[in-house]
Design a protein. Structure first.
Lengths: 170, 286
């Protein structure tokens, strides 16, 4: 039978990691964008975290990350809080009940979450506000490259959280 | 999985989602208010974001000393030849001065608009997902800032405050389609509507449209706010870069290159009060 140890340093690393990712995304401290492709690193981070967490913890982390994003993202009252929280719960429930916690599942879930996020963002903030040409520009020049770039970050986050999971369950 | 959907956890998550939707609806109805939870977290994290921005600016300046050294020496040579040319032009100074009187009102914004009240603010974060370069400033309702307040720099119009929190505010730039305001050609007085688009924002441009076919606008003309909408009249917007004909109606449009460099923006001024604030909006909204 596995025994779960308390690891306060893992909780501390989690908080620091989420906060660092937020600072990187919303300030100019490090510019990791390539032309119009701006990776939303918080999505693979929340995916990897939720894969190894219970739905309640995933929801709490998603809610905190989403509210933090709402404080800086333009035109988004509670949008990020709702979407990120529900995404985190979805990932957690899926990985607890449907999928193995392997890298293939992580990539699949991360792609799915980022697709849903950018699709919702497009529907709510662009689809009905701008013309067809602008919509196409947003999807092809901003959303699509950003989705591709975002999902590259699932690899380090997945292996980090798998390591944490092993330490917790050892 | 069905155990999860029957669990207390699931009910709590549903309740939180419903509460967030309700808060979101309330904020939309109230107009221009930041959601309370974002406001609180925004206030708590503002010093960290401010610090990160300061570090970022410091590092950029430090790196620039080394990476741009060669570029700077070339630029210096260029500038020296420019100075020589300018010395010749100094002879025409008197004539230029009289012409400049015309533009003076626009350049010395504060002197010519005594009713303006300003709040100086610094950028603390940018929304990198926003193609229109929206950002967050370190001042909010505590400093007298409210939704729809115009945001400017000494170069010209930046945008407006879309959401005002206690100590932070979100700014929508003139590159955004969310903004619609009356504008006019400074030389010909031809009036139209200013609004952005995602496609133009990629090139750092915005659109001046709904112009009559008989108008006399030309490339290089200055465009200023007309006073229709949320902005006071006479704020510099940018120069006309190209002129085109609208496909769907008889009007023409122009692409505007804003005077403000949004990528280099570090601090701004918010006009918290001016004569005629809250006046008529342009026909297309805004």
């Amino acid at each position: 039978m596995q025994t779960k140890k308390r690891h306060p340093w893992i909780a501390l690393i989690n908080v620091l990691l989420f906060f660092t990712v937020f600072i990187i995304h919303y300030t100019d401290i490090i510019d990791i964008s390539i032309k119009n492709a701006n990776p939303l690193i918080i999505l693979p981070l929340i995916t990897a975290f939720s894969m190894f967490s219970q739905p309640g913890a995933a929801a709490a982390a998603g809610l905190a990350a989403g509210v933090l994003m709402d404080s800086s993202a333009s035109g988004a009252i509670c949008f990020n809080a709702i979407v990120i929280m529900l995404s985190a719960v979805f990932v957690s429930v899926c990985s607890n009940n449907l999928f193995n916690r392997n890298i293939r599942s992580a990539v699949m879930l991360s792609v799915l979450i980022s697709l849903i996020y950018f699709l919702l963002r497009w529907i709510i903030f662009y689809a009905f506000r701008t013309g067809a040409h602008d919509n196409l520009t947003y999807i092809l020049s901003y959303a699509f490259p950003s989705i591709l770039y975002t999902n590259l970050f699932i690899f380090p986050f997945y292996f980090l959280y798998r390591y944490f999971d092993k330490r917790i369950n050892s | 999985m069905r155990f999860f959907f029957r669990s207390r956890q699931f009910k709590i998550i549903l309740a939180v989602t419903a509460a967030l939707i309700a808060v979101s609806a309330a904020c939309i109805i109230a107009g221009g208010r930041m959601s309370p939870q974002s406001d609180i977290l925004g206030t708590i994290t503002a010093p960290f974001r401010s610090l990160a921005t300061k570090i970022s600016n410091g590092v950029s300046e430090f790196v620039a000393i080394y990476t741009e050294g060669e570029e700077l020496s070339l630029k210096n040579a260029e500038l020296e030849s420019e100075i020589a040319e300018l010395r010749k032009k100094l002879a025409d100074y008197e004539q230029v001065t009289s012409e400049n009187e015309f533009y003076k009102d626009y350049l010395e914004i504060k002197d010519s608009n005594p009713s303006f009240r300003f709040a100086a603010a610094t950028l603390i974060s940018r929304d990198k997902e926003d193609p229109n370069m929206g950002f967050v400033i370190n001042k909010g309702t505590v400093s007298g800032i409210s939704a729809n307040d115009p945001v400017i720099t000494d170069a010209g119009l930046v945008g407006f405050v879309s959401e005002a929190g206690l100590t932070t505010s979100k700014v929508v730039t003139i590159l955004s389609a969310e903004l619609t305001a009356g504008a006019l050609d400074n030389r010909t007085n031809d009036s139209g509507i200013l609004s952005g688009s995602v496609e133009l924002a990629a090139d750092g441009l915005t659109k001046f449209y709904n112009l009559s076919r008989s108008c006399n606008i030309a490339v290089g003309d200055y465009v200023v706010t007309s006073g229709e909408g949320i902005f006071p009249a006479g704020l510099l917007i940018g120069t006309i870069q190209s002129i085109g004909s609208d496909k769907y109606n008889t009007s023409i449009y122009a692409d505007i290159k804003p005077f403000v460099n949004f990528e280099e923006l570090k601090s701004v001024m918010v006009i918290t009060d001016f004569e005629g604030q809250g006046g008529l909006m342009p026909e297309n909204g805004g």
